[in-house]
Ligand binder design. Structure first.
Ligand code: SF4
Length: 224
């Protein structure tokens, strides 16, 4: 199904239900959702969150920011020390090298992210997800934090994508862009991510008690 064929009313209904749920049950306590974070703190959280559980990062993130309070400390760090610090959250060798490459570039840019998307995409380590996160959280643009969790919920609810790679599937990319096109641009993203993690889980989604089940494509097919 093309996202153009999904009625606006269907998108509004989804946005409204999931935001109501988020207000009461969302994970508002995450440190990286506080107001007033610097661009450095926002991007470090997103880098750490990639392929790692949010609860694991919640315990790790404040201490990491104390050890590495800015791009300079990461850029100058001995790589073995950086790897050791990242060990508790996994993928530490790969993450340390990429993070240091990013930090070196950010020192060269004097800590300022470029405002143009194309320029952001040229910075080492910034893939589609983190570029979207920067546009969303630093430049306040309605961009989706689209990862496997957001993709799973949107596809179950609205219908599946065609291409294996989330980043290149036009249906899913357009759908995600429409869904997050809301006045509460951060909250709608966080609501989708939290709902996917807590209710629309990858295995055993909680469809029977789900507030979206009446209008969800997946539940209409499986709960007959
Ligand atoms: S009904 Fe099931 S599949 Fe649909 S959104 Fe809810 S938990 Fe996910």
């Amino acid at each position: 199904m093309s996202s153009k064929l999904i009625a606006k009313s269907g998108i509004f209904l989804f946005q409204s239900k999931i935001l109501d749920w988020f207000e009461l049950s969302g994970r508002h306590y995450f440190s990286w959702r506080r107001k007033g974070l610097t661009p450095y703190e926002i991007v470090i959280a997103e880098v750490l969150l990639q392929r790692t559980k949010a609860e694991t990062i919640e315990k790790f993130y404040p201490g990491f920011l104390i050890t590495f309070p800015d791009w300079e400390t990461i850029a100058r760090a001995d790589i073995a020390f950086l790897e050791k610090q990242l060990q508790p959250v996994g993928l530490y060798r790969q993450r340390a090298r990429r993070l240091q490459d990013l930090a070196i570039e950010m020192v060269r840019l004097r800590g300022q992210f470029p405002t143009e998307r194309k320029a952001l995409e040229q910075i080492p380590f910034l893939g589609q997800y983190i570029v979207n996160a920067i546009e969303l959280q630093i430049f306040n643009r309605p961009k989706p934090l689209i990862d496997v969790n957001m993709a799973r919920l949107l596809e179950r609810y609205f219908g599946p994508r065609k291409l294996a790679d989330i980043r290149y599937d036009p249906y899913l990319q357009n759908l995600a862009a429409e869904v997050v096109n809301h006045s509460l641009i951060k909250e709608i993203n966080w609501a989708i991510l939290d709902f996917a993690s807590m209710i629309c889980k990858s295995s055993r989604p909680l469809c029977i008690n789900c507030l979206l089940s009446d209008t969800c494509d997946f539940s209409k097919k499986t709960l007959k």
